[in-house]
Design a binder for this molecule. Structure first.
Ligand SMILES: [Zn+2]
Length: 265
């Protein structure tokens, strides 16, 4: 099965990027301003007139139909409720909102009541872990499992039904991240791997996503949404080069460390 999923974060007023979601310069790289987001939606609507689908309908898509598009929003920043949902609904669309559960009811994140309202309005609510670890794949099995179970319990209590979808925080995916998610009852897990092909880990369907950053133009977003090859290949190469350089950097670090301390621990 294939799907094109776009990964957005917060949508903020210009120069007010800390008003929604995680603060700081790194998080701000993924926050769009309001006008820019609306330009993205217009460009996507033009490129994909059928619009995005809901994850709930994913298995109904026949193999000969065009690759379905899904719009996802990570972290659960306040703007999910104060702007993004309204902007989506104006064009008749719904989004998937993945919420870092420990931050619910804190000033720049959505409240429990806002999550309930989003759900009632037809948006999909999912887990984005509890504490939003930036390197979840480095966690132990038990720590990963706890991140999923505590966030699912909290979100399920809020929305009044079992939450079965999630996205991986920080983009650090591993097989164990998906296995613990599956064990915790997650049936659909979004990663940050820039691929269209979905795969299965235990009882969980795992989906890749294409990242939208502050400087992603509406045209690139529309090209990604409609499955054009060039921007997808660019993200794939960039992502894997980044992974490789981290791996090489990691080995280099260990070598230096060994030469200094004469130990591998
Ligand atoms: Zn996140």
């Amino acid at each position: 099965m294939k799907a094109i999923s776009l990964m957005y974060h917060d949508v903020v007023e210009r120069d007010r990027s800390d008003a929604s979601g995680f603060p700081g310069a790194d998080a701000a790289l993924y926050k769009l301003d309001r006008g820019q987001f609306q330009n993205h939606l217009r460009a996507i609507a033009k490129a994909v007139p059928r619009g995005p689908i809901s994850l709930l309908n994913l298995t109904e898509i026949a193999p000969d139909e065009p690759t379905p598009l899904l719009l996802t929003f990570d972290d659960g920043g306040k703007s999910a409720f104060t702007f993004i949902a309204d902007a989506l609904e104006e064009v008749g669309w719904r989004g998937h909102f993945f919420i870092a559960a420990n931050y619910i009811d804190t000033p720049s994140f959505v409240s429990a009541e806002e999550i309930r309202k989003l759900k009632r309005r037809g948006h999909i609510i999912g887990s984005h872990s509890s504490s939003h670890p930036l390197r979840m794949s480095n966690y132990s099995w038990d720590e990963m499992y706890k991140e999923w179970t505590t966030s699912i319990e909290k979100l399920s209590d809020i929305v009044g039904e079992r939450v079965t979808v999630a996205s991986v925080p920080g983009g650090h995916y591993s097989d164990d991240v998906a296995k613990t998610a599956s064990l915790a009852g997650i049936e659909r897990l979004f990663t940050s791997e820039p691929v269209m092909q979905c795969w299965t880990v235990d009882h969980c369907l795992v989906l890749g996503r294409y990242t939208i950053q502050r400087w992603t133009s509406p045209m690139i977003a529309a090209d990604l949404a409609s499955g054009k090859i060039a921007p997808r290949v660019r993200q794939f190469l960039f992502w894997n080069a980044k992974k490789a350089s981290k791996a090489v950097g990691g080995r280099y670090y260990l070598k230096i460390r060994r030469s200094f301390f004469g130990t591998t621990t």
